[in-house]
Design a binder for this molecule. Sequence first.
Ligand code: URA
Length: 270
Amino acid sequence: MSQDRPLNNAELLSVLDWYRAAGVDLAVVDEPADRFAQKPPAPTAMPPRAPLPGDAPAAPPPLSGPVGGDPSEARQLAASAQSLDALRTALENYDGCGLKFRATRLVFADGNPEAKIMLIGEAPGAEEDRQGKPFVGRSGQLLDRMLGAIGLDRTSVYIVNTVPWRPPGNRTPTPEEMELCLPFLNRQVELVAPKLVMTLGGPAMQTVFKTTSGIIKMRGKWQDVTIGSHSVPALPSLHPAYLLRNPPAKQQAWRDLLSFKQRVEELGLA
Ligand code: URA
């Protein structure tokens, strides 16, 4: 490709497609920066001077925000929250997890905080990031239909994710990101104190069941788990996004839903 001519529309679209496939879905600055043309700064012992008029714009913020957050800070903050509102405020003020700096907003929870049934998903996607609520995109619509099929809806369940900020490009949160957010999830579960939990998808199952096993092996098997200091029977099931990509798996998800419904009825929760 010639370096000199501007790209035509088809070429621009294919560049955008390539960005999207690579998980790039956010422009950090308006103008592109040619990193190959930049020279590393000369080492200097002088402190940086204040910017002057005419200086080049400051470098964009780092793509993932502060890294290497301190899990003990997260634990302290979460443990001191005595209500869900206080926990939300603590998360809004918490800067230890880099995911926050690439997300539009916090996605704390949806549904009924008084509900005795809790659903735990993986991480917000694009639509959740826009609206600030979990499971409001396509997989959320399927989740609503799945709940409806067993007589539940968002007034009878409380819905959260293992991490409350959207990972860039919808990638799976890293173990470090999950560790930094886990104290907040633990505290959310302690404060809601559900009588039944369902996890959706592999990462949520691995976090809640503290296992490295795969979801296909684990799904449908009830276990008593302890989340924070709260013990509760939990059922791992498949993620609605997976069911959208793989419709035959709805058969297995349906079996899980029927098993969940039976426990809900036994405990008189709906
Ligand atoms: N997938 C999740 O795991 N959570 C959401 O909130 C949306 C999609």
